[in-house]
Design a protein around this ligand. Sequence first.
Ligand code: DGL
Length: 268
Amino acid sequence: MENQKAVALLDSGVGGLTVVKEMFRQLPREKIVYFGDTARMPYGPRSHEVVRGFVYQIIDFLQTQEVKFIVVACNSATAAGLDYYKEKADLPLLGVIEPGVRAALQETRSGKIGVIGTSGTIESGAYQEVLRRMAPGVELFSQACPLFVLIVENDLVHSPEAERVAEEYLGWLRDEGVDTLIMGCTHYPLLEDVIRSTMGPGVRLISSARETVRETRAIMEEKGLLRGQEDHLYHRFYVSGRAAPFKEMAARLLHDNIRAYQVILGEG
Ligand code: DGL
């Protein structure tokens, strides 16, 4: 039966694990198949065309894995062409940008929203476009934070460098008076502490992970795709790079030992 199949998530690396963590919390009965394109990350600085090529390959692979729904758990990949992926996939598919914007609109009081992300995401204008469509009167202040991904991937989250870089990127957003900040990159919730202390207690931080899973749940419910059983779940994690470092990071983040396998997808 279709609802017995797994939910697939894809990301350029470990960032999408923040969405997996939310899946475990909000949809604990669902089986997960994850693909992290660790050999080709970061996606942020690459052209949209190249990123789309990578994502097409991943979608093809995921569709051989008995999945019923695909979450593009990466802002850079979503910004590079969500509509293209929807056309390509034979399954319902959701990105992370619209859920994040929707949540921010529910939170903001001042109508001044900030969004931070990779260069690819910010330069694509995808957040601006979605916001213009949903709430034309709201002001959006955006900032690319390319070093944040490197800080996460190199395990420097609790370092003075992280604080210095955060002040450099975020100081002006705080001074502009944004009251809501969208963490428009799935890696950024891992930096939530330093982002919070830089922005101050009055600013609400929006994790697209939380909102995306909330929306995934709503769509699956509507389509009758939610899995009912409480049996043992075998999640599968695939990476294009080495499995061992990914496994280590995942164990720390998810507080769980996962099965991770390397898969070579070929040239994108
Ligand atoms: N996880 C990606 C995102 O959400 C960022 C990492 C990358 O640049 O590949 O944008």
